[in-house]
Design a protein around this ligand. Structure first.
Ligand SMILES: Nc1ncnc2c1ncn2[C@@H]1O[C@H](COP(=O)(O)OP(=O)(O)OP(=O)(O)O)[C@@H](O)[C@H]1O
Length: 597
């Protein structure tokens, strides 16, 4: 996946000014999973230092060849030194390979820890968190943001450490040999650094704009193809063409900007590097003429110069990677620092199974975070064990919200919900939710086979159990009619399931779960009579002997409910059974009459 999350430097600066995290926190964050892999880390550090030392050694062979072997006219010494040089270079190649491979392993393993921790933290978040956060933002955190951090745990960063070591060593060596020459060379370093920073800044800016332009172009293409009927009916081809042309030209402008800065960077860098070489040649040449330096030493100095220039290029890259990682870390910390509100108790009580009395709601109030107006107020009623309670009311009355409280997707703002005598917050979320099956209107079908869909959550279930659950949910005949039966792929590419079939599949899933409490949210979408009967039959089977709460949209289906709770604008306005409520002539009767007019 292309990393879309690298900000252009102009925005990066603004972002960095408002970060909630400190650079030291990022270092600690990355260091933790890296240090945990002690063996890999130590091996990599040893390899890096060995490489730094070997790189320092190579110019010494050239020096010896020019200064000793050639003047002494010793062929054996010459061959000996050349072979040694080749051997060391081959060793450098081998160690570089091992270092790159092991470094990548360390990086991938450490980042896997961070990715998993972020994913687990997200999974633990309250249901409400996902309602309030954009899915796209969460996706970016787990992909591009993590990728930015991974760039920091890379060979570049680590080799910067070893190159810095070489840098200090070589520069120190040069200062001791000839401080004037070393000083003059050092003067070229800030120029080199500023040139790289300046040009790279422009390249990054233009690159980021180019990425945005590319995504605009792809959006324009997508909307053109999906809205082709609209375009043709309103003859807006010319209008769309002008928009497209503008985008392409904008892209060209950024592309040319990248080319311009890349082509400024490279000759300027070469020139500044050559100025360094010229200084060495001038000074070195002067020293040779005065017999203060050997030719071999001069050649070695020129090789050392390259070792001094390499970390300067690298440092600019690492600084940029660090800044990007800092922004991404801030994003990840946004997730990490959210504390869940719906949490397990310190001393949990077990779910009272089997329920003796049922579920009671005492003076329950609720409002969503951010909205002050109550969605539910003063809700008090009992849901008797082993019987069916129906919730009815106009759209928006708060029925679904009430059900979300029963499974503790949200905590009540005030009041209590008790399962027998155990208050809902005294049980662990896992224990509570394992004892409740929810069949909601928006059935979730996972991308997989029919068997996988039924088995979801009861992973150990045998094939016989799955078939039994399918039969009880009135979906077995349909499954048998499919050529691949239980192994048929549903989801994106597979069989298209009808709304009714999806509902019955989720009822089968609930049968397999076999929880003592069931919550059914009847589908509001109109189903044909046959499908409705099948679902009703499956529902009746599921409710048999269980404590059931059903949100009924079609009032014909709840004649037999033990109790009907009528809600309006977040309050319970009527309670009773079908006959008594009709007699009362209130809201229930009105809704009922409306449906059968
Ligand atoms: N996540 C949310 N944040 C803020 N308000 C919400 C949220 N979900 C629902 N609401 C509001 O809460 C009220 C009750 O909604 P709820 O879904 O509980 O009603 P309902 O009785 O189940 O309706 P329907 O029969 O149409 O499904 C509505 O006014 C709705 O706009």
């Amino acid at each position: 996946m292309r990393n879309m999350n690298k900000l252009p430097p102009s925005e990066l600066k603004k972002y960095l000014a408002h970060l909630k995290v400190k650079p030291s926190e990022l270092i600690f964050f990355i260091a933790k999973p890296v240090i945990k892999r002690r063996a890999l880390l130590i091996t990599n550090i040893i390899l890096l230092f060995a490489l730094a030392f070997l790189n320092f050694l190579v110019p010494q062979f050239t020096k010896t060849i020019i200064d000793v072997a050639i003047p002494e006219r010793s062929t054996s010494y010459l061959v000996h030194e050349v072979l040694l040089m080749l051997g060391v270079t081959a060793l450098i190649g081998l160690l570089s390979f091992a270092n790159a491979y092991l470094m990548q392993r360390l990086s991938l393993e450490a980042i896997a820890d961070i990715r998993l921790a972020t994913y687990n933290k997200l999974l633990k978040q309250d249901y409400g968190y996902f309602q309030d956060t954009k899915t796209g933002d969460l996706m970016v955190r787990l992909t591009s943001d993590i990728q930015n951090i991974q760039l920091l745990v890379s060979n570049n960063t680590f080799s910067l450490v070893s190159q810095a070591f070489t840098f200090v060593g070589v520069l120190g060596f040069l200062y001791i040999r000839d401080w004037k020459m070393a000083l003059l060379i050092s003067l070229t370093f800030p120029i080199l650094y500023l040139n790289i920073q300046f040009s790279r800044g422009h390249i990054r800016e233009a690159n980021a704009k180019m990425r945005r332009n590319l995504s605009k172009i792809s959006n324009q293409l997508q909307s053109t193809f999906t809205q082709i009927e609209l375009i043709k009916n309103y003859t807006t081809e010319a209008h769309e063409s002008v928009k497209f042309d503008k985008l392409v030209k904008e892209g060209n402008h950024y592309q040319l900007d990248v080319t311009k800065w890349q082509n400024i960077l490279s000759p300027v860098t070469t020139f500044v590097n050559t100025v360094g070489t010229a200084i060495v040649l001038l000074f070195g040449g002067y020293l040779i003429i005065n017999h203060e330096l050997s030719i071999g030493e001069l050649v070695a100095y020129i090789s050392y110069l390259a070792l001094l220039q390499a970390p300067i290029t690298l440092i600019s890259q690492v600084i940029n990677n660090f800044q990007n990682a800092l922004v991404s870390y801030d994003h990840i910390e946004d997730v990490m620092r959210v504390t869940e509100k719906v949490v397990d108790p310190v001393n949990p009580q077990p779910f009272p199974n089997p329920l003796q009395n049922g579920i009671s709601l005492n003076n329950v109030n609720f409002h969503y975070t951010g909205s002050e107006s109550p969605i539910l107020s003063h809700i008090t009623f009992n849901i008797p064990a082993g019987k069916t309670t129906a919730l009815v009311g106009r759209s928006g009355a708060g029925k679904t919200t009430l059900i979300k409280l029963l499974t503790r997707m949200y905590d009540t703002s005030a009041g209590e919900i008790n399962y027998d005598t155990t208050e809902i917050r005294q049980m662990t979320l896992k224990d509570l939710r394992q004892h409740i099956s929810v069949v909601s209107q928006d059935v979730t079908i996972i991308d997989g086979t029919i068997a996988e869909n039924i088995r979801y959550g009861s992973f150990g279930a045998t094939k016989d159990k799955i078939l039994q659950a399918a039969e009880l949910a009135d979906i077995l005949n349909f499954i048998k009619s499919l050529p691949q039966g239980l192994e048929t792929q549903v989801g994106e590419r597979g069989v298209k399931l009808s709304g009714g079939q999806k509902q019955r599949l989720s009822i089968a899933r609930a049968f397999l779960k076999d929880a003592p409490v069931v919550v059914l949210d009847e589908a509001t979408a109109a189903l044909d009579n046959e499908s409705e009967k099948l679902i009703q039959h499956a529902f009746d089977n599921l409710m048999q002997g269980r404590t059931s709460i059903v949100i009924a949209h079609r009032l014909s289906t709840i004649h037999a409910a033990h109790q009907i709770i009528v809600m309006d604008a977040g309050k319970v306005v009527e309670k009773g059974n079908h006959a008594t409520l009709l007699q009362q002539g209130g809201l229930y009767k009105m809704l009922y009459d409306l449906q059968f007019e």
